[in-house]
Design a protein around this ligand. Sequence first.
Ligand code: DOR
Ligand code: ZN
Length: 349
Amino acid sequence: MELTITRPDDWHLHLRDGAAMAAILAATARRFARAIVMPNLKPPVTTVPQADAYRQRILAALPRGADFEPLMTLYLTDRTPASEIEAAARSGFVKAVKYYPAGATTNSENGVTDWRHVRAPLAAMERLRLPLLLHGEVTDPAVDVFDRERVFVERHLVPLRRDFPELRIVLEHVTTAEAVDFVRAAGPGVAATITAHHLLWNRNAIFQGGLRPHAYCLPVLKRERHRAALLAAATGDEPQFFLGTDSAPHARAAKESDCGCAGIYTAHAAIELYAEAFAAAGALERLEAFASHRGADFYRLPRNRGTITLQRQPWTVPATLPFGDQVLVPMRAGETVAFRLAPDHAATT
Ligand code: DOR
Ligand code: ZN
């Protein structure tokens, strides 16, 4: 069985930098034409010149002949001036601005501590139609870690929508039925990305026969009813739900630690894993809209012209993959993935 679809885009990706980036970039470029690249480097990408330099490093690290366009983002801080947003909108290569609540996740120390500090840049984004990408979790230690997304929607997203009704928003990597409901009800200016791991796994994966650090990400995996809600949204016909892998590589040692990093690496099999989730839901014919059409439409970019072909042919994921001078453990390490990318398309599109 084969499935040919318009070449997809990844609307939420971590590429890291340096030798680590060089080791993982080809996997994404084989599958996706474009990706929204997260700015949570150390130090974060907070200015347009920094985004330009990062973009040049990504282009230089691409394999020869690769056809891949990195779409850059800026990291919003308490000190981001409106003029930086204006410069971003003018640049042509910065496509969005990322909001991390300070302390919520990997490299978020420089994130926003209070919405009152970012009213001027948010107003500029609203005016210039530059999307705001949200890591939607509260950092309040009194809130249960499994409730942090739901509480973010109530405490932050509802007031944000009220204050900036025209601001284009992507609630990134949604993990709960409540987030899905909010996005569904919000109308065309609000969208959400969904990861492959949140479609395939519920929170039991973190505790399968023991503690599984490679199944730990943020927002953390949720219960089965939430996974079912995400799958229904992804395979449904609403245009505001689209693909964003949140592939987030960390060296094996950083995950297998007494305080392991959050992040699941999926770029090695990203579209194949989504195909599995859609096939399991009997909705493979919906994959193209989710993976290749809706994100481009939301970002007001042209849809891609090339295609990729997926074959239903199981293959075994390696136990580890190179990651700079270290290794990482990819999703499904040592296990099979049911779909593979047809090699000819991968090389030529
Ligand atoms: O699991 C995650 N990993 N969630 C994030 O928000 C950040 C990411 C990373 O950069 O590793
Ligand atoms: Zn992310």
